[in-house]
Design a protein around this ligand. Structure first.
Ligand code: COA
Length: 192
């Protein structure tokens, strides 16, 4: 039984080792060092990697909680977490350059997501309309979601796993799993 459990774990350990080596080749030791500096801003973090030049990723945490797995952050990424809010980003996900996340309450992103450059994800409009109150509605993004460049994911949206958000889409309504959406406001292009 013990032998079986070791045999089970060996391939996983080997594949984690291969992944680590390939990341080291891709990001270089500098990416790991900058990652160590960045991860100090997080309440919980795996192996954090930073890629690209200046500006370095920045974090504005006003008393919330930020949890990330083994994730990569490119230049100019900005995380803003309000008081008592949560930002959680799953292992294997990367945020390309200029990505911005604003959490008034909760922005949760799953594993192995590809967030392309200049994407904005926010769970609040950040200002109230003249006759209304400030609206904050959690955003949840599943696993293996690919969000194309310059898309915006707005308050209250859930995106199902394995979906694709087209470049420049403005997503105001939830997206089922395995679905491609495009446009402003985003509509279904096809199911996968
Ligand atoms: C969403 C996407 C994956 C769809 O690719 P595709 O399946 O090859 O789509 P097609 O090019 O066949 O286009 C199908 C239709 O959708 C429209 N369309 C495709 N992408 C669109 C987009 N981002 N916004 C609006 N319409 C779009 C096309 O104009 C076409 O419309 P038509 O049938 O009326 O002519 C792709 O267009 C896209 O946006 N990719 C993101 C690229 C990116 O941001 N990469 C960053 C690096 S990670």
């Amino acid at each position: 039984m013990i032998a079986a459990s070791i045999a089970d774990r060996a391939p996983r350990a080997a594949s984690a080792w291969r992944r680590g080596l390939s990341r080291l080749r891709q990001y270089g030791p500098g990416g790991y060092l900058l990652g160590l500096l960045l991860r100090r801003h997080f309440q919980q973090a795996g192996v954090v990697l930073v890629r690209g030049g200046l500006p370095l990723p920045s974090v504005e945490n006003h008393g919330g909680r930020i949890e990330v797995g083994n994730c990569a952050f490119f230049q100019g990424v900005r995380l803003e977490c309000w008081s008592d809010a949560l930002i959680r980003i799953g292992t294997g996900t990367y945020l390309n350059r200029g990505v911005e996340i604003v959490a008034g309450r909760s922005v949760v992103i799953g594993r192995d997501c590809k967030i392309a450059r200049d994407v904005i994800i926010m769970d609040t409009d950040q200002h109230a309309l003249p006759d209304g109150a400030l609206i904050v509605r959690p955003v949840e993004i599943g696993d293996r979601v690919w969000i194309g460049a310059r898309a915006m994911i707005l308050k209250g949206v859930s995106i199902g796993s394995d979906s694709v958000i087209g470049a420049g889409a403005i997503v105001t309504r939830s997206v089922p799993p395995r679905t491609v959406v495009v446009g402003n406001a985003a509509h279904v292009l096809r199911s996968l």
